[in-house]
Design a protein around this ligand. Structure first.
Ligand SMILES: [Zn+2]
Length: 468
């Protein structure tokens, strides 16, 4: 069965049909490098990291581009406040971004093209739009896209007006625009701003939306396979991309499959700079391992909102702890021949279940559910001394696969010593048998030894108490 995915453009789950068989050209809107990113941004980038890795696992040759917006009003403002050169400032924050992606395990991007390295392509596309009658000049301000020349505007989002959750910080609000929604393609230079000369356009810099299509046209051509981004970019940013590229080339559709990632929320509110509720990715990486953060970020369906809370991060931490515990048992197992065919069967079935879940619109939540059913079965088999060399090797291979595809398997060994672990296992067994008196007794015993136990959706989370 081919991979199926939800297409925001048609609002249907459809089979993946790249333009060239076996090859996928994929573009995801990258960061505007004016500050560190927050965990909400990290969710989007982690989702598309896993999408690209999964497509490669399924045999596609994927070119994954993510643009770096390194010239923009916000960058100019921030750099100005610190008395710094905007381009140099942007270069510094680009490096922070790349370091943070590496630290989080987002490694699938093929290339990060910068806006300022593609100014010639931007100018060429603006000139094409002028020649085709889609753009007009506001003297002393810039070249604007005239939305009345593109009747298809709004076909992705189903609307032409702004709503509360749109990324709007860069809406162009020139008074002399022909239509409210018209947006800048080329902004004429203002004193003190980075600027690029052009005899026809006038000295200036790119508008917000044009770099994406100038870059994709350069690397992919006027049409390509897959475009991803956060939900708040659908309107107006992605509508603007469609208007630019489809008008410039006359070819429809510009992008075959559009994917949009849901918001990360805190108390039902979207995490965002403007919401004042954000947690920086760097701060988060100080508190939780990359595996725990990735497990959390991938624990819900990518299109649905995901709630950030201490409890959900505890659950993710417990989940990763259970993976490590099982792997510790696997690695400690002496070679032996046992009838472990029942467990072998479960491992094979689980791999198939993970593949089915991922092939069906990248359902990481369902994939993780299957993994945890396997972990329970494997733990039971260990308790009953039914794991031999064959099943142990199969478990190792399975977790290597999980590590490569999702990045949720820590490299290190057991987080707990063997005797603490056996108390935790005993307590868990007592709980499963509804022997809560014994479970409580074991919790007290663990507390005396300096460990706390919290029960989460993915099993017990054990932490060493902080000594004061
Ligand atoms: Zn973009």
């Amino acid at each position: 069965m081919p991979i199926h995915l939800y297409n925001s453009l048609t609002r249907n789950v459809e089979p993946l049909t790249p333009r060239t068989e076996g090859v996928i050209q994929m573009f995801v809107c990258g960061p505007t490098v004016f500050d560190f990113i927050h965990v909400g941004n990290a969710r989007t980038f982690t989702i598309f990291d896993v999408v690209a890795k999964w497509l490669r696992y399924r045999g596609y040759e994927v070119t994954y581009l993510q643009n770096i917006t390194d010239i923009d009003d916000k960058i100019i403002r921030r750099a100005g406040e610190q008395g710094r050169d905007p381009l140099e400032y942007a270069r510094e924050y680009e490096q922070y971004y790349r370091d943070d992606m590496q630290a989080l395990g987002n490694t699938a991007v093929t290339q990060y093209p910068r806006a300022t390295d593609h100014i010639e392509q931007v100018k060429a596309q603006v000139k094409t739009l002028i020649a085709k009658g889609n753009a007009y000049l506001i003297e002393g301000d810039g070249w604007y896209y005239d939305l009345t020349t593109f009747p298809d505007y709004g076909k992705l989002s189903g609307r032409t007006g702004l709503q509360a959750d749109d990324a709007v910080s860069r809406i162009d609000d020139a008074e002399k625009k022909r239509n409210t929604g018209d947006f800048a393609l080329w902004k004429l230079s203002k004193p003190g701003e980075p600027t690029w000369d052009d005899a026809e356009l006038g000295a200036g810099r790119p508008g917000w939306h044009i770099e994406d299509t100038a870059i994709t046209q350069h690397y992919f051509g006027p049409q390509y396979d897959l475009h991803g981004g956060a939900m708040d970019l659908k309107f107006p940013h992605h509508e603007a991309e469609i208007a630019q590229q489809e008008a410039a080339s006359g070819l429809v559709p510009f992008v075959r499959h559009w994917m949009h990632a849901g918001f990360l929320q805190i108390d039902q509110k979207r995490m965002g700079k403007s919401m004042g509720n954000m947690l920086g990715l760097r701060e988060a990486l100080k508190r939780w391992s990359p595996e725990t953060l990735r497990f959390f970020l991938l624990s819900g369906h990518y299109r649905a909102p995901l709630d950030f809370s201490e409890a959900s991060l505890d659950a993710a931490q417990a989940a990763v702890q259970r993976i490590t515990e099982l792997l510790t048992k696997v690695h400690a197992l002496p070679p032996s021949q046992k009838d472990d065919s029942a467990l072998m069967h479960i491992i094979t079935e689980t791999r198939r279940a993970v593949e089915d879940a991922m092939d069906n619109d990248f359902n990481t939540a369902a994939a993780f559910g299957a993994v945890f059913a396997l972990i329970s079965a494997a733990n039971k088999a260990f308790t009953e001394n039914r794991v031999g060399t064959e099943a142990s090797a199969a478990l190792k291979a399975f977790f290597e696969f999980l590590s490569e595809q999702f990045g949720i398997v820590p490299a290190g060994g057991a987080p707990l010593s063997a005797d603490i672990q056996s108390l935790v296992d005993e307590r868990q067994l007592a709980r499963e048998q509804k022997d809560f008196a014994t479970a409580d007794q074991l919790r007290d015993e663990l507390a005396k030894l300096g460990y706390t136990v919290d029960d989460t959706a993915y099993g017990p989370l054990v932490k060493e108490k902080i000594k004061s």
